[in-house]
Write a protein that binds this ligand. Structure first.
Ligand SMILES: NC(=O)c1ccc[n+]([C@@H]2O[C@H](COP(=O)([O-])OP(=O)(O)OC[C@H]3O[C@@H](n4cnc5c(N)ncnc54)[C@H](O)[C@@H]3O)[C@@H](O)[C@H]2O)c1
Length: 330
């Protein structure tokens, strides 16, 4: 009988039961020999010597050269979360170790969260709600609806593409613009959207939603100049990363009442106490909750256990992450 492969868990202990609740853990145990305690520090971790697989999650320490030197059998790192950039560096691929991420599973709730904010933004809900608190009801003529709204999507990432598909399927008849240097006019047309550059997208969009990865070239992609191009009454949604938007410039636009914002991520994150964004009624601030939360975290574990099953059966990994793609992915 072939020897069963050995798997080490590497993540914060307090999330282990969320990632792998009992039925998932039982499924994993049926596939491989799992060391019961999760690792958070490679120092003194002798179980790396026999590990064939790592199942990683939030809090996994970086897999540096020293750790990899102590893991001669390691063949695959299966991440039960989104980006692997926090713990997997080029050395992992150079050693021929396969890498997989559950970013597809984490994308689904971000897509839903974004759609929810698009609907709120289309109605200028935050401003209407603030006025309502002051006793002001909008007249029927003042009320804004979603039909025909122009939504500018920055980044045809897996989340961006999911948002686009859902927007186009909605009865509102959204018009969707896309800015993504990796997507040309033909591919954009196949997605049902119009490819354009960022400046044009800002000028023409009622709602701009950010879905590009955090890369050197995406830092402050929405800076003061581009934010000033937005039409009066526009909304900015950011569920990607705070660094993509100039927080100070956006704060000024929101404080002037010209732009509304729905920010699940900020720079810095969290915002310091007393930051002016906390006090603006036309800004919805959430503390990075768009991805899998609470009961949803098991989706990441389920995706990872499916990957382990594929690996054991010699099938291709569905969430394979390739070193060549790192410069353009999250
Ligand atoms: N708020 C949350 O909880 C949460 C959860 C998951 C992901 N995210 C964030 O959402 C964003 C999208 O994640 P993903 O997994 O869909 O990304 P992804 O890895 O699928 O995105 C890669 C794609 O982004 C596009 N892109 C690259 N550079 C670009 C640029 N300069 N301008 C526009 N588009 C560009 C390209 O099409 C590329 O293929 C990331 O910033 C990620 O960190 C946030």
């Amino acid at each position: 009988m072939a020897e069963r492969q050995k798997l080490v868990l590497a993540m914060r202990p307090d999330i282990l039961d969320l990632v792998l609740p009992a039925p998932l853990r039982a499924r994993l145990d049926a596939l491989v020999d799992v060391h019961p305690e999760p690792v958070t520090d490679w120092d003194g971790c002798d179980r790396l010597a026999t590990a064939d697989l790592l199942l990683t999650g939030w809090g996994c320490p970086p897999l540096d050269a020293a750790a990899l030197d102590r893991a001669p059998r390691l063949a695959a790192v299966v991440h039960a979360a989104g980006t692997v950039k926090g713990h997997v560096g080029p050395e992992v691929w150079q050693r021929g170790i396969a890498v997989s991420s559950a970013a597809d599973a984490n994308a689904a709730p971000v897509i839903e969260f974004t759609l929810a904010t698009v609907w709120l933004a289309a109605r200028r809900t935050l401003g209407v709600s603030a006025a309502y608190r002051r006793g002001v009801l909008p007249t029927y003529g003042d009320r804004r609806g979603a039909d025909g709204a122009v939504v500018g999507v920055i980044g045809a990432s897996r989340i961006g593409r999911g948002v686009i598909a859902r927007l186009l399927a909605a009865p509102a008849g959204f018009r969707v613009l896309l800015a993504d240097p990796y997507v040309g006019a033909d591919e954009a047309a196949a997605l049902g959207v119009e490819a354009t550059d960022l400046d044009d997208l800002c000028r023409r969009s009622d709602i701009v939603t950010v879905h590009a990865p955090d890369l050197p070239e995406t830092h402050h992609l929405l800076d003061a100049r581009r934010l000033a191009l937005l039409p009066d009454g526009a909304a900015v949604i950011n569920t990607a990363r705070g660094r993509l938007v100039d927080t100070d410039a956006l704060t000024l636009e929101c404080a002037a009442g010209r732009v509304d914002a729905y920010l699940d991520v900020t720079e810095p994150e969290p915002l310091p106490a007393g930051h002016p964004l906390y006090g603006l009624r036309n800004v919805l601030l959430t503390p990075h909750i768009a991805g899998c939360q609470g009961t949803e975290v098991r989706r990441l574990g389920a995706y990872a256990v499916d990957e382990v099953a594929r690996w054991i059966q010699g099938e291709p990994l569905r969430g394979a992450v390739h070193a060549d793609d790192l410069a353009r992915i999250a």
